[in-house]
Design a binder for this molecule. Structure first.
Ligand SMILES: Cc1cc2nc3c(=O)[nH]c(=O)nc-3n(C[C@H](O)[C@H](O)[C@H](O)COP(=O)(O)O)c2cc1C
Length: 175
């Protein structure tokens, strides 16, 4: 990313895409805490990241912590798909951002417990993941190890992820 801020319209368009994701009973249990670069909140979010993610997130425009309400709003009973629904909302947002020519990059490389305390997240919300977003930069400005990763990733062969009937996947997982 190149450090350029997101416009207000870009910011709201991203979250608008997440807003329209499907969810169990239309619960919409995703919540997003965000920090824009060069604002007072930014260090609080940036400090959550592991070193490897800081290397490239320093040029992001936006850092976001995704939360999921773990219980149904009406009944207070556990919602078994709260994390799944947040994944749907994130993917909507990521596809929207990609369509707008932005970089949107999910992360598990951050301190989950620190996120809870630093951002005052209540116990009935799960800290699900973080993501960074921004305008694409020049890969030539990345450190060598990160630059090498700027190539399309592969995926497992389709037969390794679909199997008819009872569980029938091999033990070996070289990927
Ligand atoms: C939930 C999630 C967490 C991830 N965590 C990190 C991370 O902490 N740091 C990172 O550089 N990439 C992270 N990634 C990016 C993945 O490594 C990447 O999506 C995967 O290698 C496939 O590459 P592609 O998205 O370029 O096709 C994460 C992706 C997801 C979906």
């Amino acid at each position: 990313m190149n450090g350029q801020p997101l416009s207000e319209e870009e910011l709201f368009t991203l979250f608008e895409a997440a807003r329209w994701a499907p969810s169990t009973y239309n619960e919409q249990e995703w919540r997003f805490l965000y920090a824009r670069r060069d604002t007072p909140s930014w260090p609080r979010f940036f400090d959550l990241l592991v070193e490897g993610n800081r290397a490239w997130c320093q040029h992001a425009a936006l850092l976001v912590v995704i939360l999921a309400h773990k219980v149904f709003q009406k009944s207070g009973k556990p919602n078994p798909v709260h994390v799944f629904d947040c994944g749907l909302a994130y993917e909507n947002l990521a596809l929207q951002g990609t369509a707008m020519g932005l970089v949107v990059h999910a992360m598990q490389g951050f301190d989950f417990e620190k996120a809870r305390t630093a951002l005052a997240v209540p116990d009935d919300y799960a800290v699900v993941a973080m993501f960074a977003a921004g305008h694409p930069g020049d890969p030539g400005n990345l450190p060598e190890t990160l630059r090498q990763r700027e190539v399309p990733s592969g995926r497992r062969p389709i037969r390794e992820l679909m199997h008819e009937g009872v569980f029938g996947f091999g033990e070996a997982n070289p990927a």
